[in-house]
Design a protein around this ligand. Structure first.
Ligand code: CAA
Length: 372
């Protein structure tokens, strides 16, 4: 593929290197613009951005006659000094109209404190335990060590996670999205474009191609409301919209790429996608943790077909980029090229991105094209 084959580009904003019209900035810098008949767009749904972009790229191919749309995301929050990072991250989600006496006030670090409020709501309402939350981080680290590009190179123990410095109530340092520098790109192309290229190259084609079946999105408030209840969460609705759009059910999915910026996000996602019943996400995590312990601290993709790359907690989290890694891992799973991490004969995958503090949810369902 050459740069001039692209007729669409979507970019998500960067926290470390913000630019006006990010996609235009990028397209101009790499030489895609100026060119006739190119559409470039910057999309901001926070960490849901890459999945929103995937769905937008599908629409661009279907409704705007695009042949190949690139989605690009990059950030360098790992390299930022702590105070600059927190200044910018805090500003994004701080409820500026409330003062310190209000129960809605979020001290710095604002994002972990926002998730802590949601964590405590979930613990109180459904009985999820502190240990179950910490187990999410252990499981992610056990997955990450299987991936050559993951930041986390050795698995964590439950004790390590529980004893890490507390960042916010019920949230320890090893339960925060792991700040990282990183980037990723993917290209969504029309079937006609791929067929033309195959004919030109006399390729066999078909086998291992991945298609976007459809998806759904939903929105919640930018920061938790004074009283937290089920209404503020948006993941469940996005999942329902995705399954309805594709006429599929949880049992049809072989691999799940779930957003896990904090354990509560993962636990709620496990429930939303149907791996566990409502309120049962913590027990599901604990059951997978116990199975992993019995297997000597290893994780089998057959028993845990989720975030086989390690997710935000352990693979690494460059701000709005990490849902791209969920998609990349899903594509490898559907191409049957994930090696030791492979979920046997995976045919369909669900990828989920979350922006802000459950503020934006985007879910896409991907499928392996029928082999020729
Ligand atoms: N696993 C392993 N190590 C971790 C870790 C993790 N999950 N998180 C942090 N660490 C390590 C760091 O690598 C660092 O190690 P070194 O000292 O060896 O470099 C050490 O712990 C200290 O971390 P920081 O340098 O980050 O420490 P800090 O004191 O500057 O800040 C913090 C601590 C406030 C918790 C900060 O790490 C933080 O804010 N983390 C959360 C990041 C965040 O909010 N990301 C966005 C999540 S929400 C989302 O994704 C949605 C969206 O829309 C973007």
């Amino acid at each position: 593929l050459r740069l001039r084959d692209l007729d669409g580009l979507i970019a998500v904003p960067s926290l470390s290197h913000p630019h006006f019209l990010e996609a235009h900035h990028f397209a101009t810098k790499v030489g895609l613009l100026p060119k006739d008949d190119v559409v470039v767009r910057t999309l901001d749904t926070g960490g849901a951005g890459p999945i929103t972009a995937l769905l937008e790229a599908k629409r661009m191919v279907e409704s705007e006659s695009c042949q190949a749309v690139a989605i690009v995301a990059g950030d360098a929050v790992g390299g930022m000094d702590s105070s600059t990072f927190l200044e910018r991250a805090d500003a994004g989600c701080r409820p500026s109209h409330v003062d310190e006496s209000s129960p809605q006030f979020l001290p710095s670090p604002v994002i972990p404190h926002g998730y802590a409020r949601c964590t405590n709501y979930h613990m109180d309402r459904f009985g999820t335990t502190r240990e179950q939350l910490a187990m999410v981080s252990v499981l992610m680290s056990r997955s990450a060590v299987q991936h050559p590009d993951a930041l986390t190179r050795s698995p964590r123990t439950l004790e390590e996670v529980l004893q890490a410095p507390q960042v916010a109530p019920s949230v320890g340092l090893l339960e925060c999205a792991r700040r990282a520098d990183g980037g990723a790109a993917m290209i969504v192309a029309s079937s006609r474009f791929l067929e033309r290229r195959r004919t030109a190259r006399r390729g066999n084609g078909g086998s291992g191609d991945v298609v976007i079946l459809g998806g759904g999105e939903a929105s919640g408030p930018l920061y938790p409301p004074p009283v937290i209840d089920e209404e503020m969460f948006s993941c469940e609705q996005a999942v329902r919209n995705a399954f309805t759009a594709c006429q599929l059910e949880p049992d049809d999915i072989d691999f799940f790429g779930l957003y896990d910026c904090f354990p509560i996000c993962f636990v709620r996602a496990v429930e939303a996608v149907g791996l566990a019943p409502k309120g049962g996400g913590g027990d599901w995590v604990e059951a997978r943790y116990r199975e992993s312990e019995e297997a000597g601290g290893t994780l089998s993709p057959a028993k845990f077909p989720v975030n086989t790359h390690g997710g935000l907690l352990a693979f690494g989290a460059p701000w709005e980029v990490p849902a791209m890694y969920n998609v990349h891992e899903a594509v490898q799973q559907l191409r049957w090229t994930a090696g030791e991490r492979q979920v046997d004969r995976a045919r369909r995958a669900l990828v989920y991105g979350n922006g802000g503090i459950f503020s934006a949810s985007a879910v896409a369902l991907l499928g392996r094209a029928v082999d020729e």
